[in-house]
Design a binder for this molecule. Structure first.
Ligand SMILES: [Ca+2]
Ligand SMILES: [Ca+2]
Ligand SMILES: [Ca+2]
Length: 384
């Protein structure tokens, strides 16, 4: 009896081991089949915020930090992260013109008639539902293709033409320029190329740090497009006991960052607002605002598109775009398009009965009789 028991036990161990091995193989195979690419930002290339109430704070500047240090801190906040990840954190771009540039681990394809990538921010619908939007701090989006193939964002840039180009004709200021000057621990003065001047005001007691990006030189100048002011005073529309002031930032229809809420349903964290936060690469225009026909893009830049501040003291201060994440909406389609464009078919999947001979990864000629990677006609194939 004892021996029999042992035999049974040994047999069970063998069976369990076999099951374990096949499960392991199955899971390894699934890993093989799962793309190694991420739909989220791989890394930040540039971070040059304009002065603002969250600058030097999101991310935090520490004495001696260089531009490279600040870019590293941006990466810690958003690289590889989705908008609801607990360790994803907002990056502030400050007042008009301040920007961030980032890239993904693959080129994003422009699928015809579809939005291609989304930028997630912290816009929300105001609580009284008096207007469309309510906390819209629209950032203008730009795209660029790595034409010279050096992996750096030093190629031509194109702006995404958002809804204001269609529904606010005559109110959008193209060729706008603002210069900011240091004023340690004080309101930050600016002048623009239209003869205007103003200040980015300190919001006390909530934001007590320096507002001018400490690691950047004095006299920061930004150029681009200024969107029409969207701040509306609805203070008289609400009970003053509920709120002394009620300013809202009305949403634009489409084509910007930090403009519309990340979710279509506040209560449903899977209801991603691809319509409102998604960008179609086909919306890209050149300096003459003429469409450019990009098949792929490699870099995305976002800059604060509004130059306005809240007139109520210590209320909202300047309008500044924030972002928390960005996402390739159609990762697999982008990868397929890359393979087609480059002729690389590394992920072509075959059934083993369809392949009589191939080379294994050591270069030996084999008849594939098990799942895995092989080389055939100088292309990597997967037998499954
Ligand atoms: Ca598209
Ligand atoms: Ca380049
Ligand atoms: Ca915001």
């Amino acid at each position: 009896m004892k021996r029999k028991y042992n035999d049974v036990k040994v047999r069970w161990v063998v069976i369990l081991f076999t099951i374990h091995c096949s499960l392991f193989t199955a899971s390894a195979q699934r890993m093989d089949n799962v793309s190694e690419h991420s739909k989220y930002i791989q890394a930040v290339d540039e971070y040059r915020p304009a002065p603002g109430q969250f600058v030097n704070d999101a991310p935090e500047y520490e004495e001696g930090d260089t531009e490279a240090d600040m870019i590293r801190k941006c990466n810690e906040r958003i690289a590889g992260k989705g908008p609801t990840d607990v360790d994803a954190h907002i990056i502030a771009l400050g007042g008009w013109g301040g920007y961030i540039t980032f890239h993904f681990d693959h080129s994003i394809a422009n699928l015809p008639g579809q939005r291609d990538f989304a930028i997630w921010g912290n816009a929300y619908q105001e609580m009284k539902n008096l207007v469309f939007g309510g906390m819209n701090e629209a950032g203008i989006v730009m795209v660029s293709k790595d034409v010279n193939g050096n992996g750096k964002p030093d190629d031509p840039w194109y702006e995404i033409s958002g809804s204001c180009d269609k529904d606010s004709v005559g109110k959008v200021d193209y060729g706008y320029e603002v210069t900011y000057h240091k004023n340690p621990m004080g309101n930050i003065p600016w002048t623009d190329n239209r003869g205007n001047s103003g200040t980015v005001d300190r919001i006390m007691p909530w934001h007590t740090q320096e507002y001018y990006p400490e690691w950047l030189p004095d006299g920061l100048t930004f150029q681009g497009t200024r969107l029409p002011d969207n701040m509306v005073d609805l203070s008289k529309e609400v009970d003053s006991n509920w709120s002394a002031w009620y300013y809202v930032l009305v949403g634009f229809a489409y084509g910007y960052a930090d403009n519309l809420p990340n979710f279509t349903d506040d209560a449903d964290a899977t209801s991603y607002n691809y319509e409102g936060c998604g960008i179609d690469i086909s919306w890209a225009v050149d300096d003459e605002r003429q469409p450019v026909n990009l098949d792929f893009i490699d870099f995305v830049r976002v800059y604060t598109g509004l130059n306005q501040k809240c007139p109520a003291p210590n209320w909202w201060g300047e309008t500044s775009t924030e972002i928390i994440s960005a996402e390739d909406i159609h990762l697999e389609a982008s990868l397929d398009a890359i393979r087609q464009a480059t002729g690389i078919r590394e992920d072509v999947r075959w059934k083993k009965e369809e392949v009589t001979t191939a080379h294994d990864l050591q270069g030996r000629k084999v008849s594939p009789n098990r799942r895995g990677f092989y080389i055939q006609n100088r292309k990597k194939i997967i037998i499954q």
